[in-house]
Design a binder for this molecule. Structure first.
Ligand code: ADP
Ligand code: MG
Length: 346
């Protein structure tokens, strides 16, 4: 990780010095930002649009492990996963606040890396960093990100909007982040047993990136808009496909049928899952952290989405009484159960 030799102790700057230092590179580009960092509150103006707000708390040892997560990636991912919630409402993200609690083991250089990653994500997704809070923490690193965005009222996609007969679609591919995590965990164990062995992650870039550097699917929201497709219901895949489709079905009071052979799984995810003795479908259903978008569209939109390589139709919405099932490759129907990652079970 990092040794603290030749590193700057945060107490040398003090709280205000630290805030100034971290935020000096911040540029505001969004027209809805009236006032950013530097007053008691930021000021925003969304005119006649609805405002979307979402917040996440990330705790060292619960949500991330600094033994294999580089700090820059952590800052980047913290922003990404939070923006993903705004996109999952079919909205555009425009601002974030970034709050951080630091124990004494973190030198200034460590915090700079976290902010570097966070600001790269802000720039890439065109969101303004408009504030935050900074504090010492008794133990470990705490990060909290709040995302703010906007949407036309008629464009917002709630979890509760799915209708019987809708097609169930998902962007990208699933299970990669979970399989990437298995790889990182294995290499960490090997390292802990023998620090002289270098991690063997050759050829596994895609799934390692899926875990360490997920990309929120702003592009999918823009694509659907360009195709004139308004999803009836939408959610981002943070806890695994099974958990997310059950959220939509419960909120919409409907059932579903998914087809196992339609679930998009990247070949590297598939092979590596097999190497670990894992069922790739289970990785997609229960793994989580893929941050793809799962959504339903009316059947009449099928022609608009069928040629899109990055969108897979994986099933359809049924009446609630039919339950939630997955038709396996062998043709059997399995009830879908949520086994998503749960911080309380760690
Ligand atoms: P207050 O005492 O009113 O909470 P602070 O001194 O905590 O104010 O913050 C001063 C300004 O710096 C505010 O605009 C706040 O949003 C911003 N700020 C504080 N911490 C951070 C941070 N970690 N990242 C970005 N902005 C921050
Ligand atoms: Mg404060």
């Amino acid at each position: 990780m990092f040794d603290n030799i030749d590193k700057t102790n945060i107490s040398e700057l003090g709280e205000f010095g630290l805030i100034d230092h971290l935020t000096q590179a911040v540029e505001l580009t969004e027209s809805s930002t009236v006032k950013g960092i530097g007053d008691d509150a930021a000021v925003l103006d969304f005119a006649n649009k609805k405002t979307l707000i979402s917040t996440d708390l990330l705790l060292e040892g619960i949500h991330f492990d600094l033994r294999y997560v580089p700090l820059k990636h952590l800052g980047y991912k913290a922003v990404q996963v939070n923006l993903s919630d705004i996109y999952a409402m079919n909205g555009m993200a425009s601002q974030i606040t970034f709050s951080i609690g630091l124990s004494s083991k973190f030198p200034l250089e460590a915090v700079e890396e976290i902010y570097e990653g966070a600001l790269i994500a802000c720039k890439k997704f065109n969101v303004d960093l408009i504030g935050g809070d900074t504090s010492a923490s008794a133990q470990g690193l705490v990060i909290s990100v709040t995302s703010i965005g906007y949407a036309e009222e008629s464009e917002i996609a709630y979890r509760s909007g799915a209708k019987e007969g809708d097609l169930i679609c998902v962007s990208g591919d699933l299970g990669g982040a979970y399989v990437g995590l298995q790889l990182l965990e294995r290499e960490k164990q090997i390292y802990l047993e023998n620090p002289n062995i270098q991690p063997d992650l050759e050829g596994k870039d895609y799934i390692i990136e899926r875990q360490l550097k997920p990309e929120a699917r702003k592009d999918v929201v823009q694509l659907l808009d360009a195709l004139h497709v308004k999803p009836h219901a939408m959610i981002d895949v943070s806890d695994g496909l099974a958990s997310e489709i059950l959220h939509i079905c419960k909120a919409s009071n409907v059932g579903c049928k998914l087809y196992e052979d339609k679930i998009p799984i990247d070949p590297m995810t598939y092979e590596t899952a097999r190497e670990f003795g894992l069922d790739p479908t289970v990785c997609a259903l229960s793994g989580g952290e893929d941050y793809e978008l799962l959504f339903t569209v009316p059947q009449s939109d099928y022609d608009k989405i069928k040629g899109q390589l990055d969108i897979s139709v994986i099933g359809y919405v049924t009446e609630a009484a039919a339950g939630c099932g997955m038709i396996s490759k062998s043709g059997h129907v399995h009830e879908i159960k949520a086994q998503g990652w749960n911080a309380f079970n760690k």
